[in-house]
Design a protein around this ligand. Structure first.
Ligand SMILES: NC(=O)c1ccc[n+]([C@@H]2O[C@H](COP(=O)([O-])OP(=O)(O)OC[C@H]3O[C@@H](n4cnc5c(N)ncnc54)[C@H](OP(=O)(O)O)[C@@H]3O)[C@@H](O)[C@H]2O)c1
Length: 328
């Protein structure tokens, strides 16, 4: 019989609430503990989701010996220290995207995870969704022939708020790490991690983070492109075009349950709809549970190689833009 996995949740912000619901939904998963920088917030969160332990510091959570895996949901700039803290206490980690602010931090964390034989995964939940996996299956079966182009956008208008982590450089803000990481995950999953050339345009906002960007990636025989940003309302579609057909994700591609296969004349061949069972994050929880139960140290769906290669691409874009985070 599979072991019950005791989850710890680090931080009590927006996505931590969504994730807690998914943990509570999945069989064999227990939301055992949560932690906030404030004991009061931890207790409020813990009471809401039935956590047995509510800690007023991240250190106490990391030190709890009954925890099997810790989900980190802090702002981007905190991830490096938070993941290290968990590793120091011998804890497996699922860390929110983007997993670090740069590849130097990520390389170091991967080394530590390997040394200590711990599970480590970036929470790129899109790759765990059935729609994404169906698209992978269709491509592997040759249903659209050779991929020639991918278009994937992720942007939406967010009211400017100088206190919001999205706009603050010292909290790892900016559209690249927050939004572009999704189209980059999709594009690299289908075309690989070594484009011949990357061209881009960016707007840096008044607080110094990237507000929006447009990126074109040229591969040996294909192009990929995306627009991301906090100031553009977009349909957020993703389309993979091949020599023999195309695959279209429903709008808000990174969370959709629906994907369609068309032939080269635009005739619908197959539609795949797999409704979320809870809120979509349950598939990511299940992936981590399966990995832990199978004794794996990396996800098969989202291996560390992929996360690191995407981080390298994001580093190269920021270098071109002359945009560094305060700690860099
Ligand atoms: N997978 C997804 O769909 C998805 C969606 C949204 C966000 N995310 C990712 O999840 C992470 C958190 O995003 P969020 O939208 O949940 O952010 P948020 O609402 O601002 O929450 C972040 C939480 O981190 C903790 N924290 C620790 N140090 C902090 C600091 N210096 N300043 C502010 N908060 C601090 C706080 O919790 P305590 O006060 O309890 O300690 C805060 O509530 C980011 O990495 C983001 O990219 C993922």
């Amino acid at each position: 019989m599979e072991k019950v996995i005791n989850w710890g949740i680090m931080a009590t912000g927006k996505i931590a609430h969504t994730f807690a619901k998914a943990v509570n939904y999945v069989d064999g998963a227990t939301l055992y503990a949560c932690a906030s920088r404030s004991k009061e917030k931890a207790e409020k969160f813990g009471n809401q989701y039935g956590a047995q332990k509510c800690y007023g510091s991240y250190e106490e959570l990391a030190a709890d010996e009954n925890i099997d895996v810790i989900y980190i949901a802090t702002p981007m700039n905190c991830h490096y220290e938070n993941v290290k803290l968990c590793f120091e206490h011998g804890k497996n980690v699922l860390c929110e995207k983007s997993v670090t602010i740069n590849s130097t931090q990520l390389r170091e964390l991967i080394e530590i995870a390997k040394e200590k034989n711990l599970f480590f995964m970036e929470a790129m939940w899109t790759k765990c969704l059935p729609a994404f996996r169906k698209a992978k299956e269709w491509v592997a079966e040759g249903k659209i022939g050779t991929i020639k182009a991918i278009r994937a956008d992720f942007s939406n208008s967010v009211d400017f708020d100088e206190n919001d982590r999205l706009f603050r450089p010292e909290l790892g803000g900016g559209a690249l790490l927050d939004l572009s990481v999704y189209p980059l995950s999709l594009i690299t999953s289908f075309l690989g991690f070594e484009p011949k050339k990357i061209s881009s345009s960016v707007n840096i906002d008044k607080l110094g983070v990237d507000m929006d960007e447009a990126v074109i990636m040229q591969y040996e025989n294909a192009y990929a492109s995306f627009v991301s940003g906090f100031d553009i309302d977009n349909e957020n579609r993703a389309v993979i075009v091949g020599t023999d057909g195309k695959i279209a994700f429903n709008p808000w591609f990174f969370c959709t349950d629906t994907v369609r296969l068309y032939d080269r004349n635009n005739k619908l061949i197959e539609e795949s709809i797999t409704p979320h069972l809870c809120n979509g994050y349950e598939f990511e929880v299940m992936e981590v549970q399966n990995c832990l139960n199978d004794g794996l140290k990396e996800s098969r769906i989202n291996p560390l190689h992929d996360t690191l290669a995407i981080m390298d691409i994001m580093d190269s874009l920021r270098k071109e833009w002359g945009f560094a985070y305060p700690e860099e």
